[in-house]
Design a protein around this ligand. Structure first.
Ligand code: FE2
Length: 454
């Protein structure tokens, strides 16, 4: 029986979570834990975390436990296929027997890819995108020491890599692979207190994206939805304080829990088109994933609101809104108002064309030939390419509302040029059939493609 004609996710998979340590001082256990696993020589995979002293401290910690350390410190934001292959080469050439990723999602994802490559005799990482693509589950050990409040990658089976070399490039692809779950996840709020304020805000919006997409999505994995909503509530409670006072331990600890819980939720409840949107833009512009989510979240919630008003009404309550006496539709409006207020309070730009240059990124520069630096201002052809990228993303089927190509383009266009406000009567909100008459810019083309009245 083809149950896919009746149910969108007829069989739901629960991805196991790794053992983890969470709390102040947790990272000091990493070296002794590696020794206990029998590791003798590990590769640190990191962006370098320069100026924090974290890498040197961790190296000493491992060496004191009798574990030798080599370092690959060239991980880039939105990790590329060459970051993965280079870290695998460093692992093989140094004769390492385990990986330790230190940093945020980019370092953890690079390491997950490198482990898969190591388990498949050095094959190209781009062969392993999609769902459970590994042919063997025997990956080298991986300790993930997390230093940001958004990724969740230290605990998930997911990783995201940008393909810069195949015929599909530029292509930022997603893997959900049970072979990729880490061996030990370490979350230490003290390490997260080294983040610059804007990174707390950006990564915090990644956490909010994870929690909200897991909660409203089509999978509806019932062992995950309560955690997803809890994570939304915790972001609402802690993100402003953690952004503006990163040294407030309670606020940072709250965000660490939020990012950890949200990631456990989306590990099995999956994600939606906010992540598809973010991946598509990152394929063309090297912009921070969490910043993308901060710009896109109110637009995607608006797009999805008609398909899941009760779920968004729950989110409004989790975000502290008083919804007594309101219908689900009215209450769901309050969720969108609340997320716009949070984004503005945390300094998220109005749209992509207003994103300023910021450290540790090559925003707008592109990593492949032909791109030059500058603001993100795509023409129609590039919007079309990004929309097609969104349609193909592994996260798109889990979205509560079907995505049309024209709908994707309108959401992208809004994120790029329009102010961040809740829209009630135009654009993609009514673009159910792929036609956006109010926008005008593609009416002619869309009308030409529609069947006539007969
Ligand atoms: Fe994310």
């Amino acid at each position: 029986m083809d149950t896919s004609r009746i149910f969108e996710f007829p069989v739901k998979e629960f991805f196991k979570q790794p053992r983890s340590l969470l709390g102040a001082g947790a990272y000091e256990n990493a070296g002794p834990e590696a020794a206990e696993m029998g590791l003798r020589h590990v590769l640190f995979v990191t962006s370098g975390l320069r100026g924090t002293g974290i890498i040197d401290e961790c190296k000493t910690n491992f060496e004191n436990a009798g574990v030798s350390v080599s370092i690959y410190d060239k991980v880039e934001t939105n990790p590329k296929d060459y970051n993965v292959m280079d870290s695998y080469k460093a692992f093989a050439e140094a004769g390492c027997d385990g990986f330790v990723s230190i940093g945020g999602g980019s370092s953890h994802d690079t390491t997950k890819g490198a482990r898969v490559v190591a388990a498949h005799d050095g094959r190209n990482v781009n062969e392993f995108q999609g769902l459970n693509a590994s042919e063997t589950l025997e990956n080298p050990a991986h300790i993930a020491i997390n230093t940001t409040v958004g990724t969740g990658s230290e605990t998930t089976p997911a990783y995201v890599i940008t393909d810069t070399t195949s015929d599909k490039a530029p292509h930022k692809w997603v893997a959900f692979d049970r072979a990729s779950t880490t061996t030990l996840a370490i979350n230490d709020p003290v390490l997260c207190m080294t983040q610059p304020p804007e990174y707390v805000a950006y990564t915090g919006f990644d956490t909010l994206a994870h929690g909200s997409e897991a909660y409203v999505g089509r999978v509806q994995h019932l062992s995950c939805t309560p955690q997803a909503l809890s994570a939304v509530r915790m972001v609402q409670e802690h993100l402003r304080e953690a952004t503006y006072n990163p040294n407030n331990f309670k606020a940072m600890e709250g965000m660490v829990w939020a990012q950890y819980i949200a990631a456990q939720a989306f590990s099995s409840a999956l994600l939606g088109i906010l992540h598809s949107l973010s991946h598509a833009v990152c394929a063309y512009y090297d912009i921070h994933h969490g910043l993308n989510n901060g710009i896109g979240i109110s637009r995607v919630w608006t797009y999805n609101q008609p398909a899941a008003p009760e779920r968004f009404a729950d989110i409004a309550v989790a975000m502290g809104e008083d919804t007594r006496g309101l219908t689900p539709i009215q209450a769901s409006d309050k969720a969108i108002d609340a997320v716009i207020r949070l984004a503005k309070d945390c300094g998220i730009p109005e749209n992509w064309s207003q994103v300023p240059e910021y450290p540790k990124t090559r925003m707008g520069q592109g990593y492949y030939e032909g791109k030059t630096s500058g603001p993100i201002q795509s023409d129609d052809a590039e919007l079309q390419a990004m929309a097609e990228h969104m349609m193909e993303d592994l996260c798109t089927p889990g979205n509560p509302r079907d995505l049309t190509l024209d709908g994707a383009k309108e959401v992208l266009r809004d994120c790029m040029y329009d102010p961040m406000v809740r829209k009630t009567d135009n654009g993609y909100r009514q673009n159910i059939w792929g036609v956006a008459p109010e926008m005008g810019r593609q009416t002619e083309q869309a009308s030409a493609q529609r069947p006539g009245p007969e």
